[in-house]
Design a protein around this ligand. Sequence first.
Ligand code: NAD
Ligand code: GLY
Length: 371
Amino acid sequence: MSPVESLSVALGERSYDIVVGPDLISNAAKLVAPLLDHQPVIIVTDENVAGYHLDNLSHSLKSAGITSTVITLPAGENTKGYEGFQGLLSKILNTSPERRSTLIALGGGVIGDITGFAASVILRGIDFIQIPTTLLAQVDSSVGGKTGINTRHGKNLVGSFYQPRLVLADITALSTLPRRELLAGYAEVAKYGLLGDKEFFEWLEKNGPALIEGDDTLRQQAVLKSCHAKANIVGRDEKEAGDRALLNLGHTFGHALEAETGFGEKLLHGEAVAIGMTMAFDLSAQLGLCPTDDAIRVRAHLKAMGLPVQPKDLTGQKWESAALLSHMAQDKKVRDGQITFILTRGIGNAFMTSDINVSEVEALLDQAIAA
Ligand code: NAD
Ligand code: GLY
């Protein structure tokens, strides 16, 4: 097992560390204590994560003399709505928090997003710490300060940019994560190679299978590399005025597929991103922007890892290009009615463009969903 490593998200006075390593939940107290101004800390978690990891966290805090209160929410995306949010705010307010109170989000992206959003509005803003327990949350959602909830109009449409004080990515916690969730997170790991680091993608081609099978050293290296990439981009463009949009590689297509499948178990976010990235490479190749061999290589790797790479990989789902295009037109990234795409000049070389003819996209969609 590798020693604990850390890096910083450089955002001036809102800078914070991301610590990556084994057994961080069991040893959380010594990393968390220097940031605490007030007790009890309020831990927010979900039912699944509580069963596996809450005792370790509570025990660590208790043995360091830190008192804590626990709020356990139902697991799953449904928790991240108005009702869930209102319930969470009430539960936090019931603990009589002060301005100096701290929330700890122990869980995946759902818990991280809703807890971060609550931290940003309770008493006009209190501190929060992210302890992400899914691969997706460790490499993406816990870093960068996007917080929020879903509404009936769509996903993550109400929220804030609000940075945590610390992120603890405990590699050991991934050992209890179901394989399907692990693979969905792997798609976001691969995204960093595909958008800006060809060498990392080559490393993943070699090491991805062992990483998924359970090699913690490889998992730690991949989480660290991904966090470095994300921290770098967020440090340059915290509020997505430019470069940060590159992190949405695969998301325009992926989001449309998720919208059609109801944002749930049928198609996990990371699975949609895997299909979306394959389609972004296919579209880039179709437009002559990227070598066809790169598009073939991306598809081959994601498929070999066990991820879906085309809409047809979802059995029993009927797709229509018009419906998918209409979801794309409602994407958060639409500007003046033009859909923004993250396309690529090859593996490791993504770029943003709004200059794509809808008929080209439609042709790709027709081909991708044809039986
Ligand atoms: P999730 O939080 O729903 O977790 C997935 C499942 O795994 C849940 O059932 C959870 O209970 C369970 N789980 C979590 N950790 C576990 C562990 N260690 N062992 C066993 N089970 C565990 O989903 P997710 O994929 O982590 O996150 C998805 C959410 O993240 C979406 O709401 C998405 O919008 C959001 N997201 C946010 C950002 C951002 O920048 N803020 C980025 C990407 C995704
Ligand atoms: N998940 C994309 C971002 O944080 O910008």
